[in-house]
Write a protein that binds this ligand. Structure first.
Ligand SMILES: NC(=O)C1=CN([C@@H]2O[C@H](COP(=O)(O)OP(=O)(O)OC[C@H]3O[C@@H](n4cnc5c(N)ncnc54)[C@H](OP(=O)(O)O)[C@@H]3O)[C@@H](O)[C@H]2O)C=CC1
Ligand SMILES: CCCCCC(=O)/C=C/[C@H]1[C@H](O)CC(=O)[C@@H]1CCCCCCC(=O)O
Length: 255
C-alpha cells in the first residue's frame, strides 16, 4: 500500500517576520520499507526559535514525536513512540541506523501514562536538556545568588527558573505579557518583569539592589544590554540564544 505524506514546505520569499503565505502544504509519496526502515506517523511537531535561521532550502527542520506505524526493525516495533528530526511532515520513512541532522538518531521514548508525549519536545527533550546542562554545568550557581532569566516563560527559560529555585537562588524572570509573568510566578519565580510594560532597569534595581550574579540570556538585544549593565563582578552571563535578532534579514539564512 502506498503511503502519502503531508509535508509543510517554505515558499522561497522569506524576509523579516514569517507570514502564512511563506508556508505551503504539499503531498509526497513515500517509498516502501527496506531493512531497518520504520514508517513514522507524526503525533506532535515542534516549533523552535532556530527554525527561522536553520531552515535549509525549502524544507522545515525540527523534531517530532511520532508513532511507529510499520517496521522493518526489531528494535522499533509497531506502536513504539519515538522522537526524531524529521521536520514538519505527517509521515516519514526513516532508516533507524543512519544518523540524521547533527548526528542525531531516532530515539525511542517512554510512553508514561498521564504524561503527554509532547513533553519530549519540551521540558523532557532538547529545551529541557539545554536548560539543565547550561544552568548546572556552565553557570556555576550557588545558593543565595540572584539569577535573571530572559524569555522566562519559554521552553528553556521556564525550566532554568525552576532549576534555579531548586538550587536556592533568587530568580527574576523577564517575559512579554502579564499572563506570562503570572505563569512564571506560579512556577515559583520570585520576581517577574514584563519587558513590554515595565522599565527593566528600575525593576531590576528594585528586585535586586545589589545586582545580578547570573544572567541566562535567551534573547540578546536591548533587554540583554540592560541586564548586562547590572552584573556583579565575577558574575556569569550564559549566552543560550538571541531570539530578538532571528527575524533580522541579516541574521537569517532561511528562504
Ligand atoms: N544553545 C542551545 O543549545 C539552545 C538555545 N536555545 C535558544 O533559547 C532561546 C529560547 O528558546 P525556547 O525556550 O525553545 O523558545 P520558546 O519558543 O519556548 O519561547 C520563545 C519566546 O521568546 C520570546 N521572544 C520572542 N521574540 C522576542 C524578542 N524580540 N524579545 C524578547 N523576547 C522575545 C517570546 O516570549 P515573550 O512573549 O516573553 O516575548 C517567545 O514566546 C532561543 O534564543 C533559542 O534559540 C534553545 C534551545 C537550545
Ligand atoms: C539561530 C541560532 C540558534 C542558536 C541557539 C539554538 O536555538 C540552538 C538549538 C540547537 C540545540 O543546541 C540542539 C538542537 O537540536 C538545536 C538546533 C538544531 C538545528 C538543526 C536542525 C536541522 C534539521 O532538523 O534539519
Amino acid at each position: 500500500m502506498v503511503t502519502m505524506a503531508k509535508v509543510w514546505r517554505l515558499s522561497d520569499s522569506f524576509h523579516g517576520l514569517p507570514r502564512v503565505e511563506n508556508f505551503v502544504l504539499t503531498e509526497e509519496e513515500l517509498p516502501s520499507l527496506s531493512s531497518k526502515d520504520v514508517l513514522i506517523g507524526a503525533v506532535y511537531l515542534s516549533l523552535d526559535p532556530y527554525f527561522r535561521v536553520f531552515s535549509s532550502g525549502k524544507n522545515l527542520p525540527g523534531e517530532q514525536v511520532g508513532r511507529v506505524l510499520d517496521s522493518k526493525s526489531a528494535e522499533y516495533p509497531v506502536g513504539s513512540l519515538v522522537c526524531v528530526h524529521a521536520g514538519w511532515r505527517s509521515h516519514s520513512v526513516i532508516n533507524v541506523t543512519k544518523p540524521r541532522s547533527y548526528g542525531t538518531k531516532v530515539v525511542k521514548i517512554v510512553d508514561v501514562s498521564g504524561v503527554s508525549p509532547s513533553l519530549w519536545l519540551g521540558a523532557a527533550g532538547m529545551p529541557g536538556v539545554t536548560a539543565f546542562m547550561a544552568f548546572h554545568n556552565k553557570c556555576h550557581p550557588k545558593p543565595g545568588e540572584v539569577i535573571v532569566v530572559s524569555s522566562a516563560a519559554g521552553a528553556v527559560g521556564s525550566v532554568v527558573g525552576q532549576l534555579a529555585k531548586l538550587k536556592g537562588l533568587t530568580v527574576i524572570g523577564i517575559a512579554g505579557s502579564n499572563e506570562k509573568c503570572q505563569y512564571i510566578k506560579d512556577l515559583g519565580f520570585d520576581h517577574a518583569i514584563n519587558y513590554k510594560m515595565d522599565d527593566i532597569s528600575s525593576s531590576l534595581d528594585t528586585a535586586s539592589p545589589s545586582g545580578v550574579d547570573i544572567y541566562f540570556d535567551n534573547v540578546g538585544g536591548n533587554i540583554s544590554n540592560t541586564v548586562n549593565s547590572k552584573m556583579k563582578s565575577h558574575g556569569r552571563v550564559l549566552d543560550c540564544g538571541s531570539i530578538s535578532t532571528y527575524n533580522d534579514d541579516s541574521a537569517s539564512q532561511g528562504h
